[in-house]
Design a protein around this ligand. Structure first.
Ligand code: FE
Length: 215
């Protein structure tokens, strides 16, 4: 039982504390003009870091403190009495993954191996982009659109609020955050323009390919 361990065991665990957020993989202004330094500063510095601080506050002194972020998410998914832990843990994970889905000078075309997979499961890379864009636009309220691998088949799914595919046994390959905090400073209510900029200029196809194991 993790709960029986002395508190010091958390320090010896092989994984980083669940509330530890990696640095942004690029400078705050690196995605300009598509996403401004101001957006990244608030989104990473206030929202992402805020979820992490809240998670730390919630799990310290509990058995969750010794678990990895993924373990916490899986242990609290669909548990009404641990909703706040799940929400903050999932948002920490989702945001760390989201930052890596973009890169300065991103966009363009996926490489040959990924293109073949997109053709197999969506018909063409263009059809995938259109379906992914529609999924991002179709999220009602706050949430995420994802490309996931479900037992070898690529699928597009939506999640609401903090929910994450890793709570449902799906392997995330790509995500876009469509909470208003992700785009409001730059695009106000124009989610379509944000999604377009993400897909055209920011997406890191090599990260998607790496997640799929074809890079
Ligand atoms: Fe966000």
């Amino acid at each position: 039982m993790p709960g029986a361990m002395p508190a010091a065991s958390a320090q010896k665990s092989p994984h980083a504390p669940a509330w530890e957020v990696p640095p942004l993989p690029y400078a705050e202004n690196a995605l300009e003009p598509h996403l401004s330094a101001k957006t990244l500063s608030f989104h990473y510095g206030k929202h992402h870091m805020g979820y992490a601080a809240k998670l730390k506050e919630l799990v310290q002194g509990t058995p969750f403190a010794a678990m990895s972020l993924e373990e916490i998410i899986k242990a609290t998914a669909d548990k009404a009495d641990h909703k706040a832990v799940f929400n903050n843990a999932a948002q920490v994970w989702n945001h760390t993954f989201y930052w890596r889905c973009m890169r300065p000078g991103g966009g363009g075309e996926p490489d040959v191996a990924l293109t073949q997979r997109l053709i197999k499961d969506f018909g063409s890379p263009q059809a995938f982009v259109e379906q992914f864009r529609a999924a991002a636009m179709g999220v009602f309220g706050s949430g995420w659109a994802w490309l996931v691998d479900v037992a070898g088949v690529l699928k597009i799914v939506q999640t609401s609020n903090a929910d994450t595919p890793i709570a449902h046994g799906q392997k995330p390959l790509l995500t876009i955050d469509v909470w208003e905090h992700a785009y409001y400073l730059d695009y106000q209510n124009r989610r379509a323009d944000y999604v377009q900029a993400f897909m055209t200029y920011c997406i890191d196809w090599s990260f998607v390919a790496k997640n799929l194991g074809v890079a």
